[in-house]
Design a protein around this ligand. Structure first.
Ligand code: PRE
Length: 374
C-alpha cells in the first residue's frame, strides 16, 4: 500500500470567529432539547436557558428520522413556529438540523439563525450537495457534524461543499463515531479526528456535542472539560425541562439546572499564557523534546538498517520474513519495560505494531529487489 502523506493545510473561506461565532459568546453554546415536542416544552426549556445564557443558541430537532420507523419522528414544520416564538420571546438565536433542500427552505422562511447537518447526512455527498445548492448565496451559520463513520474525507468534503455555496459562517461539530461497542460512551469520541480537522483547517471552529458522545449525563462533565482543554470553540448540550419524559434521547438530556452546574464546573483555559516565565520554561522544555525526537528518529533509522541487513540474510537463506516467536518475545519484553517506564501498554503495543509493520514492509522490499550483479 502506498501512503500519500499530506501535511499541507486545506483551506476554507470562513469569516474570523470573532466576527460571528464568538461575537457575544465565548465559548459558543448551543443548548436545547433533542426535539421540539410541544409549544410548552419548547418555550419553557428556552426560557430557563435564556435566563442563564441569553447569548446561547437554542437548539431543537424538528425532523427526527429515527433508525427504525414508527417512533416519534419530530414535530415537523409546526415546530418551526414554536422556535420562532422562542426567538421572539427570549431573544435566543434558534437552530435546528436540516437533512434536505426542503428543510433548508422551511428554515430560511422561519428565520432560523443556525443550521446543522447531521451525522447521518454528512456521510452522503448527494444529500450534502442538495443542501449546499439550497444554501447558495444565503448568509447563515451552518455547522457540519462529523459523519457517523470515522472518515475524515467525508467530513472535509461536506464542509467544502457548503463553503463553496458561499456560506462563510461555517463550523464543525464533533459528536463521536458509531462503533459496535463504544463503551462507556454512546459514540466513541476518537478525539484525534476533530484534532486532525482543526489542524487541516486552522480557522475552522469546532463545537463538541457532548450529549451524543456521552449518551448518559454522568459522562458529560469530563467530555465537556476535555473538549475545552483541546481548544474547541464551544459545546452543544441537549437540555430538556423533564428529560425522563423526553420523546427522543431521554437518557442523555439534562435539566437546565444540571446544565448550569455543568457550565459552572468547567475550567476554561486559554491557548497561551501571558507570562514570560511560563514562555521561557516552555521554550526550554520544547528544546529538550526536539532533541529527544531527533534521537528517537535516528534510532529508528538505525533499527531499520539492521532490519534490512536481516532481510538480505533471509533472502540468501530462503527464510520467511515474519518470525512469530521472535516478534512475540519483542512485544512481551517491551510491555514489561513499559510498566517500569510509566508508559501505557496500549501506547507501547501500538508503537511496536507500527515498527513491526514497517520492518515487514522493508524486508519485503529487500526480498523483491533483484540482487545486484555479482
Ligand atoms: O528478527 C527478525 O527476524 C527480524 O526480521 C526483525 C523483526 C523486527 O522488526 O524486530 C522483523 C520481522 C520479524 O517478524 C521479527 C522481528
Amino acid at each position: 500500500m502506498s501512503h500519500h502523506f499530506n501535511t499541507m493545510q486545506n483551506h476554507l473561506d470562513i469569516l474570523p470567529k470573532e466576527e460571528w461565532l464568538n461575537k457575544d459568546q465565548k465559548p459558543y453554546y448551543i443548548f436545547g432539547p433533542c426535539s421540539a415536542e410541544s409549544p410548552e416544552q419548547t418555550m419553557e426549556t428556552a426560557k430557563q436557558i435564556a435566563a442563564e445564557y441569553p447569548n446561547a443558541t437554542y437548539r431543537a430537532g424538528i425532523w427526527k428520522p429515527r433508525t427504525r420507523p414508527n417512533n416519534f419522528e419530530g414535530a415537523g414544520e409546526q415546530g418551526l413556529d414554536w422556535l420562532k416564538s422562542v426567538k421572539q420571546e427570549t431573544g435566543l438565536k434558534i437552530s435546528t438540523e436540516v437533512a434536505d433542500a426542503h428543510h433548508v427552505e422551511a428554515c430560511l422562511k422561519a428565520g432560523v439563525d443556525v443550521l446543522w447537518v447531521g451525522a447521518r447526512t454528512t456521510v452522503n455527498p448527494f444529500s450534502v450537495q442538495a443542501i449546499a445548492d439550497a444554501l447558495q448565496g444565503v448568509d447563515i451559520t451552518v455547522f457540519i457534524k462529523n459523519p457517523i463513520v470515522p472518515d475524515i474525507q467525508l467530513w472535509m468534503g461536506a464542509l467544502e461543499r457548503i463553503n463553496q455555496a458561499g456560506v462563510k459562517k461555517l463550523g464543525a461539530i464533533h459528536r463521536g463515531f458509531h462503533f459496535h461497542n463504544s463503551e462507556p460512551y454512546r459514540n466513541l469520541p476518537r478525539w484525534e479526528m476533530p484534532l486532525e480537522m482543526m489542524g487541516q483547517y486552522t480557522n475552522l471552529p469546532m463545537i463538541c456535542d457532548v450529549s451524543h458522545i456521552s449518551g448518559k449525563p454522568q459522562l458529560i462533565p469530563s467530555v465537556a472539560q476535555k473538549a475545552m482543554d483541546l481548544n474547541m470553540q464551544g459545546l452543544m448540550v441537549e437540555t430538556h425541562i423533564t428529560p425522563e419524559k423526553a420523546l427522543s434521547d431521554a437518557k442523555q438530556q439534562i435539566t437546565p439546572s444540571s446544565l448550569k452546574k455543568l457550565i459552572d464546573g468547567l475550567i476554561l483555559r486559554s491557548p497561551t499564557a501571558d507570562n514570560p516565565e511560563f514562555e521561557n520554561m516552555m521554550e526550554a522544555l520544547r528544546q529538550k523534546i526536539d532533541e529527544i525526537d531527533r534521537n528517537v528518529l535516528n534510532q529508528f533509522s538505525n533499527r531499520m538498517n539492521l532490519v534490512r541487513e536481516i532481510g538480505v540474510y533471509k533472502k540468501e537463506n530462503n527464510v520467511t520474513i515474519f518470525q512469530p516467536s521472535r516478534w512475540e518475545a519483542i512485544l512481551r519484553r517491551s510491555l514489561e519495560d513499559a510498566v517500569n517506564l510509566e508508559l501505557s501498554p496500549t501506547f507501547v503495543k501500538g508503537l511496536y505494531m507500527q515498527i513491526h509493520d514497517e520492518s515487514i514492509r522493508q524486508q519485503t522490499e529487500v526480498m523483491n529487489t533483484k540482487a545486484a550483479a555479482k
